[in-house]
Design a protein around this ligand. Structure first.
Ligand SMILES: *Cc1c(COP(=O)(O)O)cnc(C)c1O
Length: 390
């Protein structure tokens, strides 16, 4: 299906709403029934009908239909955060005694869910360097039920061969879940590569305006019915109709935003890779990426998240670089209209030695490329690099 049609029209039945071009925001917690028989029917399958907004809501349903179409999945559930979407997908896939295999450096909330919370419920996880599908295969145990992937991951952009890993999981009856936030549905389609569940932090590219926290989980109707009747309804970390409405608006520009981000990122990468004070550039399409072949095969376009390893001798120089940036706002998150810088050293004490912590060097600064003009961003990076000292 044409992407612009999905973003502009799919799921919006305008003739039911006086032809209103923007979709109605159904800000209602409950939906009334004309008869007891209708109410009874509503209760028999809450996944299919409208009873209560913790289950279904017409505005949220428009968003779900669009994201499912973008991912090429049968259905999608919308959550109050990306962390909630991932947690629901995981919790619905395992029970006490099961084993999980997860990529080595997943998003923090994913790591803590698997390493700190689930062991208390009898579910243990092996974290493996999943750049090699063979390493994933070797980590599988007879009771492995789930493989959690994040390709690429969000600080150093290691990728997993999604087709190869799903091919070894499927015949063993092991479910796969992939966090696809980095690529957005436009640059990578895990469902088409055999992945079972695809999660996004919709806070990032899907919304794109740094004003909503949201998550989505895509998969088959059968799997999502289980998620719906389990963690979705009973943990209740749902998306509000108003946030769904904002997300539908954010999605309108997803395609043009991603095109702009790809073009600007290409120019920023070229500048950074040629700069003598940049020791390394991490991005799936960076020249030095040893997984460049996989990037070409698995990704359609470039996303705008990258990291640079500054050639400095101290955390003080990293701080000078970041403090000097004028066009990049310094904060967490990414994927909005505005460019951002996230220095890894900000989460460690100022006098920490400049060596890798958790596999990531403290001289690393993650940049999220927004919609500003490429020349402005490059000039800003150039002046900050020139003034950072040793
Ligand atoms: C931000 C992020 C999440 C968590 O999403 P929230 O919307 O912040 O809960 C999960 N995975 C990745 C890769 C992220 O960047």
């Amino acid at each position: 299906m044409d992407i612009s049609h999905i973003l502009n029209h799919l799921g919006e039945v305008r003739e039911h709403h006086h032809g209103a071009v923007a979709p109605p925001l159904v800000q209602s917690s409950i939906f009334a029934f004309p008869s007891v028989a209708d109410m009874r029917a509503g209760f028999t399958d809450e996944y299919a009908g409208h009873v209560y907004t913790r289950g279904n809501n017409p505005t949220v349903a428009i968003l779900r239909q669009k994201v499912a179409a973008l991912e090429g999945s049968e259905d999608c559930l919308a959550f109050g955060s990306g962390a909630a979407a991932i947690a629901a997908g995981v919790v619905a896939s395992v029970r006490s005694g099961d084993h999980v295999v997860c990529v080595a450096k997943p998003y923090t909330a994913t790591r803590k869910l698997l390493s700190q919370m689930l062991p208390g419920f009898g579910v243990n996880t092996s974290f493996v360097d999943a750049r090699s599908a063979q390493a994933v295969e070797q980590a599988l145990l007879p009771h492995t039920r789930l493989i959690v992937l994040e390709s690429p991951n969000s600080m150093t952009f290691e990728q997993q061969d999604l087709a190869a890993i799903s091919a070894l999981a499927r015949p063993r009856g092991i479910r796969t879940l992939c966090d696809n936030s980095f690529s957005s549905p436009l640059n990578q389609s895990p469902i088409a590569m055999g992945i079972d569940l695809v999660a996004h932090s919709a806070t990032k590219y899907l919304n794109g305006h740094s004003d909503v926290i949201a998550g989505v989980l895509c998969g088959t109707r059968a799997m999502l019915r289980d998620v719906f009747n389990g963690p979705y309804m009973n943990l209740g970390a749902i998306l509000s109709p108003h946030d769904a409405w904002l997300l539908i608006r954010g999605l309108r520009t997803l395609e043009v935003r991603m095109e702009r981000v790809a073009a600007t990122t290409g120019k920023v990468l070229a500048f950074l890779q040629a700069h003598p004070r940049v020791r390394g550039v991490f991005h799936p399409h960076a020249q030095a990426n040893p997984q460049l072949n996989l990037s070409e095969r698995q990704l359609r376009g470039a996303s705008g998240l990258l990291s640079i390893d500054l050639d400095v001798g101290s955390v003080v120089a990293v701080e000078r670089f970041c403090n000097a940036l004028k066009r990049f706002l310094m904060t967490v998150s990414w994927g909005g209209y505005e460019s951002l810088a996230f220095p890894v050293c900000a989460v460690f004490p100022a006098d920490s030695p400049l060596r890798p912590a958790g596999g990531v060097p403290l001289s690393l600064v993650r940049l999220s490329i927004g919609l500003e003009a490429a020349d402005l961003l490059i000039a800003d990076l150039a002046q900050a690099l020139a003034g950072m000292g040793e």
